[in-house]
Design a protein around this ligand. Structure first.
Ligand code: HEC
Length: 317
């Protein structure tokens, strides 16, 4: 074989390998995977602390007694979003003409090596909030694998505190998402200082944190993808394990996340027999920070079981 041919063969080999690495999602035939329709609604500034305060939220006592958010709110997301998006009591900086909710279809699959989550949604008629100039839309998923009961019972709200950036007690602070268990004390205005480094480390060792993935979307180019963990703050990984593909057709985005099921480190293991809690969020209309749509707490299982999202095995035919 001539050296030109050898080089050509090597080039093709490299392209195939790179394509295989960056596009593990391409193996799944998504048209044969059943989807789950969910509604993401605008939560305004209703923090964890607020929904746990009976004077301000009539579900607080029942939640403390053991009733989960979805048990009262599932099916009401559209109405809640429409109410909150236009309510000056719930939001100090409402965005005019913003839709109160969006609908999404979520599918999951795996091939024994990678877990894939496909989120499809149409942002609809969104006013341009001009907060994030670069990305018109962003989609994120957040996971608990049983270590964080607040997340199992309240999904995204486990991380949504009154003193985060742009929340009522946060004002101009840059505080990112955290879990109540990471704080020395919790008050109506959010958590006080983080617990000691040793305590945080032992929480991490016991799996007491969440993992998140986010794809930042813009038309005509590949998404920017990040992942990371939430305990005393939102910590972004230096090099994400998750990859994503995104495409938009007639306004509808389809985003396919993929990551190895057991990559080690702080990443959660995805394995059969466990139930994962999943929170889904979408930023639409060039928004940032809290100005997103969120789901109630949803569940995921691998292979089979009873959950909102079932990642069945789908090997490359
Ligand atoms: C026992 C049932 C119950 C539980 C559990 C419950 N809620 Fe509510 N929630 C209500 C009711 C009733 C309202 C409307 C009246 C009010 O605001 O007090 C409401 C209002 C809200 C609203 C304002 C939008 C609207 O539709 O009025 C949000 C947001 C909300 N709840 C979030 C949550 C979250 C998050 C949890 C879990 C941490 C939760 N709720 C748990 C009953 C419940």
């Amino acid at each position: 074989m001539s050296s030109v041919n050898q080089r050509r063969t090597l080039q093709i080999f490299v392209i195939v390998v790179l394509f295989g690495l960056t596009n593990p999602a391409s193996a799944v035939d998504w048209s044969s995977v059943p989807g789950k329709d969910i509604v993401l609604f605008y939560p305004a500034q209703l923090s964890w602390e607020m929904v746990l305060t009976q004077d301000e939220h009539s579900g607080a006592k029942k939640f403390r007694e053991g009733k989960d958010c979805r048990q009262c709110h599932e099916g009401e997301e559209r109405a809640s979003g429409m109410l909150l998006v236009a309510d000056a009591f719930s939001d100090s900086a409402p965005i005019e003409n913003k839709p109160g909710f969006i609908e999404a279809t979520v599918k999951a699959a795996h091939d024994g090596e990678n877990l894939q989550i496909n989120v499809a949604f149409t942002p609809g008629e969104q006013p341009d909030a001009e907060m994030d100039k670069q990305f018109p839309a962003k989609v994120a998923v957040m996971f608990d694998d049983g270590g964080v009961s607040d997340a199992r019972r309240a999904g995204c709200w486990a991380t949504c505190h009154d003193n985060l950036a742009r929340m009522p007690s946060g004002e101009t602070a840059e505080t990112t998402k955290y879990l109540a268990r990471s704080r020395s004390q919790m008050t109506r205005r959010g958590g006080t200082e983080p617990k000691s480094a040793e305590v945080l480390e032992s929480l991490r060792e016991s799996g007491s944190y969440l993992e998140y993935w986010q794809a930042r979307l813009r038309p005509d180019s590949a998404p920017d993808v990040i992942d990371g963990f939430i305990l005393e703050e939102r910590t972004q990984s230096a090099a994400p394990m998750v990859v994503a593909e995104a495409s938009q057709e007639n306004g509808k985005w389809s985003v396919i996340f993929s990551r190895p099921m057991q990559p080690g480190g702080l990443y959660k293991d995805f394995s059969p027999g466990k139930t994962y809690t999943v929170g889904v969020s979408v930023h639409a209309g060039h928004t940032a920070q809290r100005f997103h749509y969120v789901s109630l707490e949803k569940t995921l299982v691998i292979d089979e079981g009873s959950a909102d999202f079932i990642a069945a095995r789908d090997d490359d035919p």
